[in-house]
Design a binder for this molecule. Structure first.
Ligand code: IDP
Ligand code: MG
Length: 136
């Protein structure tokens, strides 16, 4: 049975700044992801705080929100079979030094904070995050 899902992917400021948007999109497309919508934007810190609210008690929350709002990002709606988990697998571990070979973070991530991509972690959060960036 098919299980087509959508998930939210973000190419983070470190990767956009290094001109890696197309290389990352090519990795996604080569794994069968369709890019349904995309936009390059820079968000306010207050918007980053809303987006990452789940992390508000963490020590790194303030730096994380400053970082996500520090430069242009590319937000994308990705679609494919099992998109949420397959995107997490293609992204690799949060800390690039733990990310498996062939993953986006292994290839392009600089550090745990500058790890090049975001991806929704559940179907439920994917819906919330897609709505956050593409509600209109
Ligand atoms: P994820 O991006 O792999 O889903 P989360 O645990 O949801 O990882 O954390 C969100 C983001 O917060 C990470 O992508 C990373 O940039 C940052 N982050 C997570 N843990 C740490 C940490 O221990 N120190 C600094 N930044 C962190
Ligand atoms: Mg997460």
């Amino acid at each position: 049975m098919s299980n087509i899902e959508q998930t939210l992917s973000i190419i983070k400021p470190d990767a956009v700044q290094r001109g890696l948007d197309n290389a990352i999109k090519d990795m996604l497309k080569s794994k069968g992801f369709l890019i349904i919508k995309e936009k390059k934007i820079q968000i306010e810190k207050s918007e980053a705080e809303k987006f990452y609210k789940v992390h508000e008690t963490k020590s790194f929350y303030n730096d994380l929100c400053s970082y996500l709002s520090s430069g242009p990002i590319v937000a994308m709606i990705l679609e494919k079979e099992n998109a949420v988990l397959d995107n997490r697998e293609l992204m690799g571990a949060t800390d690039p030094k733990d990310a498996l070979e062939g993953t986006i973070r292994e290839k392009y991530g600089i550090s745990i904070d500058k790890n090049s991509v975001h991806g929704s972690d559940s179907v439920e959060n994917a819906k919330i995050e897609i709505n956050f960036f593409f509600k209109d």
